[in-house]
Design a protein around this ligand. Structure first.
Ligand code: MG
Length: 254
């Protein structure tokens, strides 16, 4: 079911979103060669809890009921697209690091992600990261009343198409509110169907995932980490936004 949020509810979502934005700023400042992904995760969890929130990813059910997500952020490196599990692994120069964070404050969710390169990226990798972010912003710009979900999808896909980036199809953006994943789904490619008409109060997580290769994915034996089937590098950006009569408002900023 699709729910439209009131202005007051959007303000409450902004509190969760602000916390998520702060977490990503914090981890960006701590991301350097030698830091462990477990350390980054601990910093994120501490910040979320100190801010009065709960990490929404921790304990989230996945494909294996015995293995809910064990951490507060997803850290996905190089050919990993999303849902990488923080642990003893340390960060190295020359890696593409995608960090996805989610928090709940007073029952309302925020969800956002950014991709970083550790060091000076090769030109093609810089293009991958820059265009994935640009596609997210293009998708957000299309999130205005009167448009449809397909307009967001088309705006995102068009950025990837400019230089032939792969667009992940298996994982998509989503509605967000009192649950992390609500209707409607927001694909990053055109489906040929208009999808829901956008109205003020609709809150969406818009999250392109692009690759330097194809769009096929597989899941590692940890039951979580999603990698490109062809081993190509991947990037992921996400903001939670509200559709309003004054235009799209990004909720996940510090
Ligand atoms: Mg999301």
């Amino acid at each position: 079911m699709v729910t439209r949020k009131s202005r007051a509810e959007i303000e409450r979502m902004r509190r969760a979103g602000r916390l998520v934005g702060e977490v990503l700023d914090l981890l960006a400042s701590e991301l350097r060669p030698g830091v462990s992904t477990a350390r980054l995760d601990a910093l994120a969890e501490d910040h979320i809890r100190a801010g009065g929130g709960t990490p929404s990813f921790k304990g989230y059910p996945g494909i294996n009921p015995q293995r809910p997500f064990p951490a507060s952020v997803c850290i996905s490196i190089d050919n990993e697209i999303v849902h990488g599990i923080p642990g003893e692994r340390t960060i190295h120069a020359g890696q593409i690091v995608s960090i996805d964070a989610g928090a709940i404050v007073d029952g309302w969710h925020g969800d956002a992600a950014r991709t970083f390169y550790v060091g000076d990226p090769p030109a093609r990798v810089a293009e991958l990261i820059d265009l994935t972010r640009e596609a997210m912003l293009a998708g957000i710009a299309a999130a205005v009343p009167g448009n449809h979900i397909e307009d967001i999808s088309a705006a995102v896909e068009a950025v990837a198409a400019r230089v032939g980036l792969g667009v992940i199809r298996q994982f998509v953006g989503h509605g967000i509110g009192t649950a992390m994943h609500e209707e409607p789904q927001v694909p990053n490619y055109r489906t040929g169907r208009p999808g829901r008409k956008l109205e003020a109060g609709l809150c969406l997580a818009i999250e392109p995932m692009f690759t330097l290769g194809g769009y096929d994915t597989r899941i590692l034996p940890d039951d979580w980490t999603v990698v490109t089937a062809d081993g190509s590098m991947a990037a992921h950006f996400e903001h939670s936004i509200a559709v309003t009569d004054d235009g799209p408002q990004i909720l996940t900023v510090a």
